[in-house]
Design a protein around this ligand. Structure first.
Ligand code: DCP
Length: 252
């Protein structure tokens, strides 16, 4: 089996890392991160929204078989067997996305570009991987290995994976459950409210109570904007406008 990848783009600037502002949108499964990211994109700011590479997790080409594997599905079907593999893959694909330089056209007059990500390498670790470890789906050996390579990579990439801000879309787990049901992603059909409650708890500990033990000094200083995503903001223009104003003020 062979595989290769390349991420060089001639239309992208090789810019000094500290001239890119990276912001991540965090929040429970199905809270509406993609919807909110699209809203931000259309809000007129020159921000690049970088979607989560979920399609890659649903279709992994091993190069050795006729059909691609759906690792997201495998993880939900047999979390004990596949959680470590899934978390490794999701974090690696996100690292790659987070390291992509923004297109040149996004530079503002001061030579700064803003990139908005759906989630980050930090929620991969402090929300999902940690949760799977606490649930016993990642064992202590896997957890030690995960943390080791995660810290190593984040430290090696330094500024290139640091965030300048976090937007936390906060909503009751019950609301996320309803939205999850409505969107009907095949792989998530057995997700229970209980699981969303645990993930909600992880978000709260990290972003509100600040009791999660973080391993990166810069992360303890990142400003966090908490937005109430309990309302159906997709439907209501006034709610959208208020949220966008809050974001603009936060980053001005
Ligand atoms: N996932 C996971 N572990 C990660 C990242 C994601 O298990 N480290 C899973 C949870 C979901 C799917 O991947 O089943 C996508 O989750 P997200 O919450 O990141 O994205 P959504 O598409 O649910 O976000 P939203 O509906 O808020 O746009």
């Amino acid at each position: 089996c062979t595989s290769s990848s390349s991420n060089s783009h001639s239309t992208h600037v090789a810019m000094d890392a500290n001239r890119v502002k990276r912001v991540s949108i965090e929040g429970n499964i199905a809270v509406g991160k993609s919807t909110f990211a699209r809203l931000l994109q259309s809000a007129g700011e020159d921000w690049e929204v970088v979607p989560e590479p979920i399609g890659k997790w649903q279709s992994i080409d091993s190069g050795c078989s006729q059909t691609a594997s759906n690792l997201l599905d495998m993880m939900y079907q047999d979390p004990q067997r596949w959680s470590y593999t899934f978390q490794t893959n999701s974090c690696m694909s996100r690292m790659r996305t987070q390291l992509q330089p923004p297109p040149e056209r996004l530079l503002n007059a001061e030579g700064v570009a803003v990139q908005v990500f759906e989630r980050s390498v930090y929620s991969d670790r402090y929300i999902f991987a940690l949760n799977m470890f606490q649930l016993g789906c990642i064992n202590s050996t896997e957890w030690a290995i995960y943390q080791d390579w995660h810290s190593f990579l984040v430290e090696q990439f330094g500024h290139q994976v640091e965030l300048e801000g976090i937007i936390y879309l906060r909503a009751p787990p019950q609301k996320c459950m309803e939205r999850l049901g409505r969107r009907g992603r095949m792989e998530e059909k057995q997700v229970q409210l209980d699981y969303l409650e645990k993930l909600h708890g992880q978000h709260e500990e990290w972003l509100i109570e600040k009791s999660t033990r973080l391993h990166f000094e810069h992360l303890t200083r990142v400003p966090i904007l908490v937005l109430d995503a309990g309302m159906e903001f997709e439907k209501y223009l006034e709610v959208q406008a208020t949220m966008i104003t809050q974001v603009k003020e936060f980053f001005s």
